[in-house]
Design a protein around this ligand. Structure first.
Ligand code: GLV
Length: 328
């Protein structure tokens, strides 16, 4: 029997490509070319499976041009690049890569919070620019982290990881808001108290965003929400671009409506709103929250496991629209 044809849409670990090649005829973008939508569609047209990395939009238009496609496996926990309804309607299974990145991403969320609150990159730029010629009592004085109030918007697995770091490691008071309130047992484990979004914004010293992106969460944080926050507060976004109105945030940072922000994700990334590049009180990183080599390898292997299981007639590990499998 001939091997199913799959597309690997972006460069990934060579050992994962080698694994996939044992099971599939692989067309891999190991040169990591930036394909347009038309190029992606063209490369996917004759494929039965796809390994995607989170940036490739899989929608009704692409699906109509790729009638052989049966599964798209995302090497990301977020899957806002998938039009899940269109995929389900076309009978295409979607899988993501949860769990394996939880602790690593929570580590990064906390690192970004610390760097933002304690002005680490801003002070490093000052030092590198040769401007440090004397010590001063209030030089780069930042916000307190230990014992402060941590507000988490979006309390999934990663949010819970950040809550535990804050509560158990730094003695922070943790409050959270989520679409639904967590079980009392999980709240107790995270030492987290459920509050309204408004109360969270008004009372947190540090607000961390970890909610998934959907049209409903677009601009969850805009000018009105920023105005509710304390002038001394910091905002950290490790969720998705589009959850924050970046233009409104840049204005709020410039006007000191809030004190500082740490951003790993951006509206329209890899482009960054030009105003964010000119305000000093923001720490900017290029969507690297899950980026340690062991975690990225585990994410890639999970996407590969999903493809291999599916084409071997087994249940994929992390399906998003399992109803498609029932139709098989
Ligand atoms: C990264 O942003 C992911 O969704 O895994």
């Amino acid at each position: 029997m001939s091997k199913p044809k799959i597309l690997v849409a972006r460069a990934v670990f060579p050992e994962v490509i080698a694994r996939l090649e044992k099971h599939f005829k692989v067309d891999a973008n190991q040169d990591d070319e930036n394909w347009s939508k038309a190029q992606l569609t063209e490369r996917m047209r004759d494929k039965e499976g796809a390994f995607t990395t989170g940036g490739e939009r899989i929608d009704a238009q692409l699906l109509a041009a790729c009638p052989k496609l049966k599964i798209c496996a995302n090497m990301a926990v977020g899957y806002n690049n998938f039009d899940l309804d269109a995929m389900t309607a076309a009978g295409v299974l979607a899988t993501n890569a949860p769990d394996v990145l939880t602790e690593t991403t929570a580590d990064f969320g906390f690192a970004l919070l610390m760097a933002t609150a304690r002005r680490i990159t801003e002070s490093e730029h000052y030092l590198r620019a040769g401007k440090w010629n004397k010590w001063r009592y209030d030089m780069f004085a930042g916000a307190e982290v230990h014992g402060s109030t941590l507000g988490i918007l979006g309390m999934g697995r990663i949010g819970q990881g950040i809550a535990k770091r804050g509560a158990l490691g730094f003695g922070m008071k943790v409050i959270y808001h989520n679409r639904s309130r967590l079980d009392a047992g999980i709240e107790a484990e995270c030492k987290a108290r459920y509050v309204s979004k408004e109360e969270l914004l008004k009372s947190a010293d540090h607000v961390v965003l970890v909610l998934p992106y959907s049209p409903a969460s677009h601009h969850t944080i805009g000018a009105a929400e920023l105005a509710l926050m304390k002038p001394s507060a910091t905002l950290v976004n490790i969720a998705r671009g589009g959850i924050v109105d970046d233009a409104a945030l840049a204005a709020a940072l410039r006007n000191k409506t809030i004190s500082a922000a740490g951003l790993d994700v951006f509206e329209g990334e890899p482009k960054v709103h030009p105003d964010l590049l000119t305000v000093p009180n923001v720490v900017l990183t290029p969507h690297i929250a899950s980026a340690t080599l062991p975690t990225r390898l585990a994410m890639a292997n999970l996407a590969a496991d999903n493809l291999i299981a599916f084409f071997s007639g087994k249940k994929p590990l992390t399906p998003l629209n399992a109803s498609v499998l029932a139709l098989e």
